[in-house]
Design a protein around this ligand. Structure first.
Ligand SMILES: Cc1cc2nc3c(=O)[nH]c(=O)nc-3n(C[C@H](O)[C@H](O)[C@H](O)COP(=O)(O)OP(=O)(O)OC[C@H]3O[C@@H](n4cnc5c(N)ncnc54)[C@H](O)[C@@H]3O)c2cc1C
Length: 290
C-alpha cells in the first residue's frame, strides 16, 4: 500500500511529485472509485498519492490581460457553471456533470487528468483551443489540451508534473450550440456530446468550430472539416454542407462510433448550420427533440 501525503503549498507538492512520484488526488471521484475495497473500508492505493485540495495556487477563475480565462485545476463543476467569465459551452458542460454532490467535489484538473473519453469538460475546451498549464520543479509549460490528451486514459503529463490550470483564449462567437445526450439528465455519464460555434459578420462565416465527445478514444475535432465552412457566405452553406459532413465523418476512426451516433452527430451539425443559413437570431441555437 502506498503512502498518502498532504502538501500545503504547490512547491511542496511538486517536490513530492518529483521525488516520490506521488499521484495527485483532487476530488477523488475517479481515483477513489478505481481503488475502492468495499463498503465501510477506506480506499487503498498501490502507489503514493498526495491530496492536493489544500493548494491555493490551483484555485480560482480569473480573466488574464489578453482576455483569456484561466481556470485553476481545483475549480469544481459547480464553480465553473456559476462563473460569468467562463465561456458558455464550458459552463453548459460543467452544469450537466453528475449530480449536485459530484459537481461540488469533482475538479477540472481531475476531469482532464483522468482523460476518459466520456469526460464532459475536455470536449468544449478543445473546441475553444484551450491550453493546459503544467507545473514541475523545473518551471511550467503550456500545451494545447488537444495535444495533452493522447487517447483514452492517456495524457502527456510528465512524471514530475501537476496540472496547474486551464487557459481558454478569447473568441467572438455569434452562434453557439451545445448538446449532451445521456441516459437521463442528472448523474449521466455522457453518451454523446457536441459543441459547435460560429462567428458570422455581414453574411460571412469568419470562424466555425465543432467538437464531439464520448464518440471515440478522445474528443474529435477536424480542422480540415472546419476549413470547408470558414470564409464562406452563409447563403453558400447548402452547397458545402455535404462535403463538410463527409470530411467530418472521415475524421472519426471507422470503429470509434456506431452508425446511430455518427448519424446523430451529423444531424446536430446540420441542424446548427441550417439554422445559421436560415438567418436564426444570433446567440444560442437550441433544439429540443432528439
Ligand atoms: C457517480 C459519478 C458520476 C460521474 N459523472 C460524471 C459526469 O457526468 N461527467 C464527467 O465528465 N465525469 C463524471 N464522473 C467522473 C469524475 O467525477 C470526473 O472525471 C471528475 O472531474 C474527476 O475529478 P476529481 O477531482 O474527482 O479527480 P480525481 O479522482 O481526484 O483524479 C482523477 C485523475 O486525475 C489526476 N489528477 C487530478 N488532479 C490533477 C492535477 N491537478 N494534475 C495532474 N493530475 C491530476 C489524478 O491523479 C487521477 O489520475 C462521475 C463520477 C462518479 C463517481
Amino acid at each position: 500500500m502506498g503512502m498518502t501525503y498532504i502538501p500545503t503549498t504547490l512547491s511542496e507538492a511538486l517536490h513530492l511529485r518529483a521525488e516520490k512520484g506521488a499521484r495527485p488526488l483532487a476530488g477523488g471521484s475517479d481515483l477513489m472509485v478505481q481503488s475502492k475495497r468495499g463498503i465501510g473500508l477506506a480506499p487503498e492505493f498501490p502507489y503514493d498519492v498526495m491530496i492536493i485540495t489544500g493548494l491555493s495556487e490551483l484555485r480560482g477563475i480569473r480573466t488574464l490581460d489578453d482576455g483569456s480565462v484561466e481556470i485553476g485545476a481545483l475549480a469544481t463543476p459547480a464553480e465553473i457553471a456559476a462563473s460569468d467569465i467562463v465561456p458558455w459551452h464550458v459552463r453548459q458542460a460543467a452544469a450537466g456533470m453528475g449530480a449536485i454532490a459530484l459537481r461540488n467535489t469533482a475538479t477540472i484538473g481531475g476531469n482532464i487528468g483522468n482523460a476518459s473519453p466520456k469526460g464532459d469538460l475536455p470536449q468544449p475546451l478543445i473546441m475553444l483551443d484551450a491550453e493546459v498549464v503544467l507545473a514541475s520543479i523545473h518551471g511550467s509549460r503550456r500545451m494545447k489540451l488537444d495535444d495533452f490528451i493522447l487517447g483514452s486514459k492517456k495524457t502527456a503529463l510528465g512524471d514530475d508534473e501537476i496540472i496547474r490550470s486551464v487557459i481558454i483564449p478569447p473568441h467572438g462567437f455569434t452562434y453557439l450550440f451545445y448538446r449532451k445526450i445521456g441516459m437521463r439528465k442528472a448523474n449521466a455519464i455522457s453518451k454523446l456530446s457536441l459543441s459547435a460555434a460560429a462567428t458570422v459578420k455581414d453574411g460571412v462565416i469568419l470562424d466555425f468550430r465543432a467538437a464531439s465527445g464520448a464518440a471515440g478514444p478522445k474528443v474529435i475535432r477536424s480542422h480540415e472539416a472546419e476549413d470547408i465552412i470558414r470564409g464562406h457566405m452563409t447563403e453558400e452553406l447548402p452547397s458545402i454542407m455535404d462535403s463538410f459532413l463527409e470530411a467530418w465523418d472521415g475524421a472519426i476512426s471507422p470503429h470509434a462510433m456506431p452508425l446511430y451516433r455518427r448519424n446523430t452527430t451529423r444531424r446536430m451539425l446540420s441542424y446548427f448550420l441550417s439554422a445559421i443559413h436560415e438567418g436564426a437570431a444570433e446567440g444560442i441555437i437550441s433544439e429540443e427533440a432528439e
